[in-house]
Design a protein around this ligand. Structure first.
Ligand code: MN
Length: 289
């Protein structure tokens, strides 16, 4: 018999300014520093991209000590990094970077997409690495939309994509460094599903679009409450859609270590942050032009 996890927090998804970019940041947010092992969640767009409006073009920048993950929902991005990867990322694709001891990457709408014009929308997620893996060699994984295993409910009103981890014996293709589940969910109106989650995982549901009732208790709605986090007390969560909706569902075994974060680096101590800044200056994270 499955028991639902009780809800810990419910929050909105406030717009924040990052330079010229305006995006939604449900995590961290008022009262929630992190949902260990998840440190940061950005929801960007939908932006109407054209040659006259192209705000989300991130130039080369470094990372160390965690895994930055991009899930693209709409549009087309070009990914480049200091490992030598250059990949076109299409809607539904996932890029999973293990920054480890250091990587430099850049991403933005592809030239062709900007010329053509269209909506760009995505999720950027920061997943922490435990101390013993923070200095591992960097790695990049890219999976295409059509490769991602799908779990459907009986009346096919819900599609759950297993990006990482496992659901109903479907396994994600991403090789993870920690115990983690990353799912996206698309529902039709009235679609309902119960999702299994290990009891010891911390977990959250984020709504990108639509209107979905969680655990028969909290209504998530675009522009209102958009995220719930759960306690480590049950082994499932329930979704019931009021209309066509899109969600991100995450769970992970907490790392339970001290976090020292500065800019693009996530380490355990301030000294390690200083080392990261120095190593980047000295070119030890590689080069990207
Ligand atoms: Mn980045």
């Amino acid at each position: 018999m499955k028991t639902v996890k009780t809800i810990a927090y419910k929050v909105g998804s406030p717009l924040v300014n990052m330079g010229a970019i305006k995006l939604r940041q449900p995590l961290p947010t008022d009262g929630i520093e992190s949902v260990d092992p998840f440190l940061l969640l950005h929801h960007y767009g939908p932006y109407a991209i054209s040659e006259f409006n192209n705000p989300f073009d991130l130039g080369p920048h470094p990372h160390r000590g965690f895994e930055p993950i991009t899930i693209l929902f709409k549009g087309e991005q070009l990914h480049r990094d200091s490992l030598g990867n250059e990949m076109l990322v299409k809607a539904g694709d996932v890029q999973w970077t293990t920054a480890g001891r250091g990587v430099i990457h850049a991403e933005g709408p592809s030239k062709e997409f900007v010329k053509r014009g269209g909506d760009l929308e995505g999720i950027q997620l920061w997943l922490n690495l435990p101390a013993e893996k923070k200095m591992m060699p960097a790695n990049y994984q890219h999976i295409k939309n059509e490769e991602i295993p799908i779990v459907e409910n009986q009346d096919k009103s819900i599609q759950l994509k297993v990006i990482a981890g496992e659901q109903e014996s479907k396994k994600g293709l991403i090789k993870t460094q920690t115990q983690v589940n990353v799912f996206t969910v698309k529902t039709k109106e009235k679609g309902a599903i119960t999702i299994s989650m290990p009891k010891n995982h911390q977990s959250l549901v984020y709504l990108l679009d639509g209107e979905v009732l969680i655990n028969n208790q909290v209504m998530l709605k675009k522009g209102a409450m958009q995220m719930v986090t759960f306690n480590q007390d049950g082994d499932s969560i329930q979704l019931e859609a009021n209309k066509e909706s899109t969600l991100l569902v995450l769970s992970g075994k907490p790392i339970n270590e001290k976090v020292a974060q500065y800019g693009p680096y996530v380490m355990n101590t301030q000294t390690e942050i200083m080392e990261a800044m120095r190593d980047f200056q000295q070119g030890k994270m590689g080069y990207l032009y």
